[in-house]
Design a protein around this ligand. Sequence first.
Ligand code: SF4
Length: 335
Amino acid sequence: MSPSIAETTWQKSLAQAIRDPEELIARLNLPSSLLQPALRSVQLFPLMVPISYLNRIEHGNPADPLLKQVLPLEIETQTVPGFTTDPVGDLNVRSTPGMLHKYQGRALLMVSGACAIHCRYCFRRHYPYGEEPRTLADWEPAWKSLLSDSSIQEVILSGGDPLLLTDVRLQELCERITEIPHVKRLRIHSRLPVVLPDRIHSGLLDLFQRLTENGTTVWMVIHANHPNELAEDVEIAIRQLLQTGIPVLNQSVLLKGVNDSVDTLLKLSESLINLGVMPYYLHQLDRVSGVAHFEVAEEQGRELICELRRRLPGYAVPQYVREIEGESHKISLLG
Ligand code: SF4
């Protein structure tokens, strides 16, 4: 089957993403002194910024909160005690290739090792994606495991970004999963509606619609950290998702210099609920090597959330949580 025009459009957008620090710095009119550190940092974790996202960054402003999420810095190359390559213990709960079984009743599949953006704070920046399944046949051990464990009612598609799979590939995987009688829910974790909104096109929406009509409840969890990320094309994409009847939740990471202020988090939550998206989690930063400069003290995070509670309806205040290896659920940091 040849891909639709909409399918090739998002793939072209992806191909045009900025991967070269020199181009990023030139296009945003940033100081040239940022180049050499960026070149050293990308040796550890490459740069990737879609043009749609680039267009939301203020030119000439090294402190832009969206730029900070994507600009490689020298400080990422430093070793900091307590920051490790697998901070939440993903590799210890890898029950079959591609499948993480961390929490009761849910299994997470690493269906894609690729992302449309490389968030510098990413907790999976060191994950060995190259070892994960690529073909449907590679997924057989995971299907067998899912089939044999009737406690699993929810499968989470993650990665990387699951929406970087083509519609055809995504459909194959979704069909395989939803054939398992005890799987009732499919949850999709994706940053694409926010960073590459043209991925949300009619072919994908039709797929979600079909899954829903066939009795699978689909949940979408997007990832926005700052209100400036919610540009007009992003809002259109999110509205289209919501029109299919799929609930859309948002998760954010609390990031120093990006969203560690009441005003920013307030505006983010208000923008989300105005769209119909539920603010779900505000994650304390996972302590992965190379990201220590993004860490906000838990005490400050608690104060921010308390202030949000004073100013917003309860459903607009995200749960402030930290993931701790070995725990059976995420830990609330509000006590
Ligand atoms: S989109 Fe998600 S998985 Fe990909 S780099 Fe960003 S935080 Fe990491």
